[in-house]
Design a protein around this ligand. Structure first.
Ligand code: BTN
Length: 334
């Protein structure tokens, strides 16, 4: 699905349609001071995004599925209640929250800035992939974390963040036996071996510090079939897992877990992450294949992580080799 910027008028319209009731084209046109044909075009844009719209002659339009929006005030109240200090901005749409927050970081944005968007038209994933979700379909935000230390001391950070995200989502999603929340190294969050959420960490800074990381988090909340078809891996969303939690709640839990994990990382480095890892890793103790973009591949037995968050593989000759997350992809062997 080619991602393009949406009409800014679509967002208030979708919010209005989110109550599950019918709204006539005429009432919508009057309310937003638009022509009936503009309203019709906006409805078509929503339909193209895979949002299911029920149109009934004489009654108007209704969104079939309830849509989830972020209540920023609710989020701020929840974070305040647990003593979490974040500076949060929310927008209807943006190219990528990571790209935008990275630019803001270079321009001096403060530590613990958060940028949320209802829709990213050029969302980015790891290893040069795109990350796509329609409004209401995915939760997408980025967090700026500043460090005294240099970038070379941040290795392992993406594993630490993956663990924090998995812990948060396991809290939000009811325990479904067939869909336990796990991690695929380094930080894909899976449920039932299908992808539920991903993390894109982009760091920059001096070798001896200071440095910063922009931590991008994307969670599948309710992905329409049309979007799923475009994704080249098995996916799962929170809706399917029976987790109909509001966005403010999910974000508050993630931001709180992130904060705890970062404090622990600052205090003890990778110590507690390494202890926790084996019980979260979906492929621990299993035979996997690692593939690099240059076509080379290595098969071996997953044997934990080293201090820098590199994956350790026991090779067929019995030796242990370490692999950095960078550009390598991991596939379990049957
Ligand atoms: C992956 O699993 O490939 C990482 C996905 C990261 C997606 C998030 S959504 C918010 C932030 N902005 C982006 O453009 N990407 C990250």
């Amino acid at each position: 699905m080619s991602a393009t910027q949406l009409s800014p008028l679509l967002f208030p319209l979708l919010r209005q349609l989110s109550d599950g009731k019918f709204h006539s084209g005429q009432a919508l046109a009057q309310h937003y001071q638009l022509s009936r044909s503009t309203v019709f075009n906006l409805i078509q844009q929503a339909d193209k995004l895979g949002l299911r719209i029920h149109a009934v002659h004489g009654r108007g339009y209704r969104l079939v599925d309830e849509m989830s929006w972020l209540d920023l005030q609710d989020l701020r109240t929840r974070l305040l209640a647990v003593g979490q200090d974040y500076l949060i901005h929310a927008q209807d749409q943006i190219d990528s929250t990571n790209s935008a927050l990275f630019a803001q970081a270079l321009a001096g944005a403060p530590h613990r800035s958060v940028l949320y968007a209802d829709y990213q038209y050029a969302g980015r994933g790891r290893r040069g992939r795109s990350w796509q979700a329609p409004p209401g379909g995915g939760l997408a935000f980025s967090v700026l974390w500043r460090f005294e230390q240099g970038v070379n001391q941040l290795s392992g950070l993406s594993v630490v963040i993956g663990l924090a995200l998995a812990r948060a989502l396991a809290q939000c999603c009811p325990a479904i036996e067939k869909l336990p929340v796990k991690i695929k190294w380094p930080n894909d969050v899976l449920a039932g071996y299908r992808k539920l959420a991903g993390v894109l960490v982009e760091a920059q800074g001096e070798m001896d510090g200071p440095s910063f990381a922009v931590i991008g988090i994307g969670v599948n909340q309710r992905l329409p079939a049309r979007f799923r078809e475009e994704i080249d891996q098995a996916v799962v969303d929170m809706d399917e897992m029976g987790a109909r939690v509001n966005r403010a709640e999910v974000m508050a839990v993630i931001l709180t877990e992130l904060s705890t994990a970062m404090a622990e990382f600052a205090r003890t480095g990778m110590r507690s992450a390494l202890q926790e890892w084996p019980r979260w890793h979906a492929h621990e103790g299993r035979q996997v294949m690692l593939r690099s973009p240059d076509g080379t591949s290595h098969g071996g037995l997953v044997s934990g992580l080293d201090q820098a968050g590199n994956l350790l593989l026991k090779m067929p000759d019995g030796s242990i080799r370490q692999f950095g997350a960078g550009e390598v992809s991991l596939r379990p062997l049957p």
